[in-house]
Each structure stands twice: as C-alpha cells, then as structure tokens.
Design a protein around this ligand. Sequence first.
Ligand SMILES: Cc1cc2nc3c(=O)[nH]c(=O)nc-3n(C[C@H](O)[C@H](O)[C@H](O)COP(=O)(O)O)c2cc1C
Length: 365
Amino acid sequence: MTPLYQDWVRPLLFRGDAEAMHDRAIRWGARLQRRKALVRWLARRYTVHDPRLRVAMAGLNFPNPIGLAAGYDKNGHSVETLAALGFGAIEVGSVSAEASPGNPPPRLWRSPADRAIIVNYGLPNDGAAAIAERLSTADLSVPLGVNVVKTNRRCAEPDEAILADYVEGARLAQDACDYLVLNLSCPNTESGRDFFAGHVQTRTLLELLDTPGPGKPVFLKVSPLGGDEALDQLLEAADAFPWVAGFIFNLPPGKPVPLSLSESELERMPGAVAGKPVEGLIEERIAALYHRMDRDRYRIIAAGGVFTGEDALRKIRLGASFVQIFTALIYEGPGVVRRINLELLELLERDGFGHIGEAVGVDVP
Ligand SMILES: Cc1cc2nc3c(=O)[nH]c(=O)nc-3n(C[C@H](O)[C@H](O)[C@H](O)COP(=O)(O)O)c2cc1C
C-alpha cells in the first residue's frame, strides 16, 4: 500500500459512511474519465506490461490475470478510469433487466480488523438497457464483462418469470460486453439464495439462452455452498452448452466465518462477507471444481480475499486462470493491481514458471 493512500486517503475515506464514500469514488472516477490525457497518464503509471502475465481465456486476451470483480462499478460509470489502474479486465454489474433500488440503507460496512466488507446491497442498479447504453461509448483496452442477475423485486415470483428476467437481462447486456457472467447466487436476495440450488434451474436457464445463443462467452457465478454434489450438478447442467466458458464462486450468504465484530455490531450488519474471511472457503471450492471439471473446456475465475501476489498465485495454483479483486482495492488503494502484478512476476521467477498459465492447477491432482 502506498503511504499516501494508507496515511491520508484511506483514513479520510473510512471516516464516512461506506456506501457514500464508495459512490463518491465512483463519481470521481466518472469525472476523471472525461479527461482522456489523465486516464492515459494513470494507465502509464499503473499498468504492468509483461508477456508472462497474459491470459488467453474464452477466446479473449487479458493483458494480466488481475480483474475488477462485480459490484464495484455496478452501473458502469467509471470503467475507463478503473481500467487505467492496471486491471486485466473490468466486470460491471450486477445488472438486471429492470432498474432496482436494492435493499434499504445502511447496507455496506467495513471491518478493518478482518480486512472485510459486509454487503447487503440487494442489487441496486440502473437496469441493463441504461447500463448497456452507457457502456457503448466506453473505450477500453481490456475485456469488459457484464454480470447479469435477476431484477430484485423482493416478492415471490413464479419460476418462469425469474428465468425470463435473466434472459432479458442477458439479451440487453450482451452487445455491450466481451463476456457475460450469470450471477446465479446473489447471497442478499430471497430468490438469489436457493433458486439455483441443485442446478435444475441452471440447465433450464441455459436452454432458454441457447436459442439463438448469447453471442458472448458466459461464466456462471455460483454459490460456494452445497459441497461436491453441487459442483457435479453444475457441471452436468453446463455440459451441453459450449458457450459456457467457466465458473466463478460468489460470496456465501450470511456470516459463515468468525469475525472480530461483536454480536450487537453483527446484528446491525446483515449481509454477506467479502475479503479475507472468505478466502479459505473459496480456495477449497476452486480446487474441488478444478479437480472435477473438463480442464480443456472450462476456466475458473477466482474472487475472494486476494490482497497480494501470493494470494493470487495460490488461487491460480489451485486451478484459477484469472483472479478478481474488490475488497483489496478498498483497503489498499489504486496501486494495488500494479503491486499484485509485480509480486506475481517475482513469484513466477521464484517458482520457476516461464508464464502464469504454467502455474494453473499445479497444486491439484
Ligand atoms: C460491496 C460489494 C458488492 C458486490 N456486489 C456484487 C454484485 O453485484 N454481483 C456479484 O456477482 N458480486 C458482487 N460482489 C462480490 C464480488 O464480486 C466478489 O465476488 C467478492 O467480493 C469477493 O472478492 P473480494 O474478497 O476481493 O472482495 C460484491 C462484493 C462487495 C464487497
């Protein structure tokens, strides 16, 4: 972490309400993005160019393996500024067919002692059509993903309506991006939690999307819960659809891990935990999925508690081809992607890898 961010910027940002500060950061990014020369300067300062870090995945070329995870820039307001921080890809969303206000605030908290964020947003977003329109003018030199989810209506809906909502969201978003992510497991909505458990509905959704096909590679973002049986059901559901390029694990719902917060603080903070506390669960699931999946066909994108090059390489060695971060950007600041990429280069040398791709899955039988 740079002393400037650590000593000055972060204390200021962390003094205010987490969501208000986050929205402010997005607004700064959007304003900065209008100054193209500044964005180019940022990109020169933060981007690490090294062929050993390049990733080819799902027919796309990623200049390095560190991407921005979904949820940071939900509405695609500042993708160019974010890309200039040196990311290998930017994922916008989650985006739903219709605009939604999400859960009532407060709905975002930090727990610095745990290096964690607690999130109960409930998918607020401007809706897929407006966001796709916004993204259509973005000038990006890295792949852009759009993460699609069902509109959060906070009421019971028939299965057909839930599936149709996903299909519509994907249809509206697909031309605005290089890859799509179907968020099949939002931990903070009623229908997001269990609807795809067992993956019968996953297969139905993929069938609905299959004609005429989404036109873009698709990653499925799924719950890390359900054990190996859920992974087998997931792989079975995806099998018949060649445009399914791979998988991401989402945050588990609730607080499955011990945190340093008191009972009364936890009561005030409903929602899922991101950052260091979920690292172990996500890594265990990545290794299990890599062990089971067809490695010639699928790729894993890993997100959960990555703060350093060591963290990223560990996930890659367990089977991930690409890594995303969110919480580390909040805690470590804008230099974090550059630092992780430089650390990765050192680690590749230390471990005798000529290229990042050689490390994928080496720790899994
Ligand atoms: C504030 C916040 C909002 C998020 N919103 C979304 C979202 O809308 N869709 C999604 O698929 N994941 C969302 N996520 C999950 C992240 O994409 C990522 O999977 C998770 O935070 C783990 O990465 P991290 O430990 O680096 O934060 C969100 C995470 C946070 C912290």
